[in-house]
Design a protein around this ligand. Structure first.
Ligand code: NI
Ligand code: MN
Length: 225
């Protein structure tokens, strides 16, 4: 499994020959100006919630690639009305796709579309492929619900928001890592704009002192699991 960071909360996930894009917000992020959405491959687009900083490029990428949009019922309905392909889910449900099983799990956040219309309830995803299992938390507060995840999944990586203000910050991400029993964390949803700027050196040091790993990728950089 190869994971590429496209800035903010946008990810590319490659599992064998299947390409997944998560929460594409690229054309609206000046820091991601080196990434051209027209070059991104997508068989699936996973969307955690309806906020602008997670859906901005969904329509354009889905229209060009024909990718299937996987999200909550309300978000998928929104895109199906545009003639795009979707797979609706809701909290607690899982489905076996050709790249692995996806479970849509709880997140504590909100989820309105940019025009204020209802975007369902926000969520996160667990992706369990043949060899690796990852958790993409989406925008969320720290929640005890994270303890349920470890009952069913041994995570190889947890992707957690660390920017604070709109989501959990670094101290809560550290607690989340304990709840999840996963010491391998990829941080996202930080530094994109003023409210969520963080001290990256301090953040990494906090994880180091607890013998955990906080990875922070440059935009366009990938890790292989
Ligand atoms: Ni949000
Ligand atoms: Mn967000």
């Amino acid at each position: 499994m190869k994971i590429t960071f496209y800035g903010h909360a946008s990810l590319g996930i490659q599992i064998e020959d299947i390409n997944i894009i998560v929460d594409p917000f690229i054309t609206g992020n000046p820091k991601a100006s080196d990434i051209d959405i027209n070059n991104l491959k997508a068989d699936y687009i996973l969307v955690t919630h309806a906020h602008q900083d997670h859906i901005l490029d969904v329509e354009a990428i889905a229209k060009r690639t024909g990718a299937k949009i996987v999200s909550n019922f309300e978000i998928v309905s929104h895109y199906e009305k545009m003639g795009l392909d979707g797979h609706p889910m809701n909290h607690g449900g899982q489905w076996k796709f050709d790249f692995g099983t996806v479970k849509y799990v709880n997140a504590i956040h909100t989820s309105s579309f940019p025009d204020g219309s209802y975007g369902g309830q926000p969520g996160g995803f667990i992706i369990k492929s043949k060899n690796k299992t990852i958790y993409i938390a989406g925008d969320t507060a720290l929640t005890y619900d994270m303890k349920l995840i470890r009952k069913s999944f041994n995570l190889d990586l947890a992707i957690l928001p660390i920017g604070d203000n709109f989501t959990m910050g670094i101290d809560d991400a550290l607690i989340a890592s304990n709840f999840l029993k996963c010491d391998n964390i990829l941080g996202y949803h930080y530094d994109t704009f003023g409210y969520i700027e963080i001290d990256k050196v301090k953040a990494k040091a906090k994880f180091d002192t607890e013998l955990k790993s906080l990875k922070l990728l440059k935009i366009g950089e990938s890790i292989e699991l």
